[in-house]
Write a protein that binds this ligand. Sequence first.
Ligand SMILES: [Zn+2]
Length: 160
Amino acid sequence: MAATDLQATVTHDAEGTLVQLSGIIDESAGDALQAVQGQVTGALRLNVGGVRSVNSFGVGQLMRFLEQTSRAHRVTFEDCSETFVDLFQMMGLSAYGKITSFYASYSCDTCPIRESRRIVVSRHLRLDPRTNSVEAASFPCSCGGTLLQDDALDFAADYL
Ligand SMILES: [Zn+2]
């Protein structure tokens, strides 16, 4: 096994710093995250689309990183998997930053297709002002039916 199972790719642009994490966040992630921390300038966009799993030690490492980084930088989370969204809510990661895009499960109203769709908060979600609930865009299915969002997205209300 490699010394660390987490890869971090850091790029800088006009908006700040994009960090793409991929692999596994576990007890060995601390060094990689610490190396990232020194390279953050401006706002941090943390793309977690390539993260396959996070164990309980990894959560600790991630929270330590976010705790320190969010003091000096605005943090947003991109491409959160359904698992990461669960983790995000369970661990209260919203204290450190907002989710800007994530994956949610959709089912077709006509055929048995079920799939994960990437949701961009600013583009695909809106808040129903009457019920105060979060409504997600639907997508066309290849069968001609409509893909409708399955899960409760109330967690996203804070980001709208
Ligand atoms: Zn369909």
